[in-house]
Write a protein that binds this ligand. Structure first.
Ligand code: SF4
Ligand code: SF4
Ligand code: SF4
Length: 153
């Protein structure tokens, strides 16, 4: 069944604060078209919207989540970079092995930017391979539980 714009809108904080660079109705449309992910609304990361965020993650999964089953929770990430180093696909890049984080995004799966880790290219994650490889190294080594695995595969 197609997702209704109103259904998504009703799960948003509806303040029209524009912290997501549009108003809530515009953000709802972006979620449906996958141009945005629920975490791009900073208000949804507040504890009071926890249930709404969970519902939106199910209704409008991000492309990264669909490909890998991984969700990074910005509010828990300290930017320590452990996940960047333990990811075998990231370690194909020599810079990562030497602790430099990697110069080019097109050679990386994960990278720390502005103090938070980002899934730079979900297609390079082992979990997005065809057939997928079972890997959860980043999830298991994150000291703050900032990477969540929402798929059982
Ligand atoms: S940041 Fe959230 S609450 Fe603010 S306008 Fe965007 S969707 Fe609405
Ligand atoms: S699941 Fe594995 S391959 Fe994918 S980002 Fe995490 S450590 Fe890297
Ligand atoms: S997701 Fe976890 S391991 Fe990765 S940088 Fe953030 S806190 Fe560190």
């Amino acid at each position: 069944m197609p997702i209704s714009l109103l259904e998504v809108y009703n799960l948003l904080p509806r303040t029209n604060c524009k912290k997501c660079e549009t108003i809530c109705m515009g953000f709802a449309a972006k979620l449906i078209s996958r141009e945005a992910k629920p975490e791009d609304c900073p208000l949804l990361l507040e504890p009071v919207y926890k249930t709404n965020l969970e519902k939106l993650r199910i209704l409008c999964p991000s492309t990264e989540k669909e490909l890998t089953g991984l969700i990074i929770e910005d509010d828990k990430c300290t930017g320590c970079g452990i996940c960047v180093v333990v990811c075998e696909e990231n370690r194909m890049n020599e810079d990562v092995i030497y602790g430099k984080g990697g110069r080019y995004n097109d050679e990386l799966v994960l990278r720390v930017e502005g103090g938070k880790v980002r899934l730079v290219d979900a297609t390079k994650c082992k979990r997005a391979f065809d057939p997928p490889e079972f890997c959860r190294a980043c999830v298991d080594h994150c000291p703050t539980g900032a990477i969540e695995l929402v798929s059982s595969s």
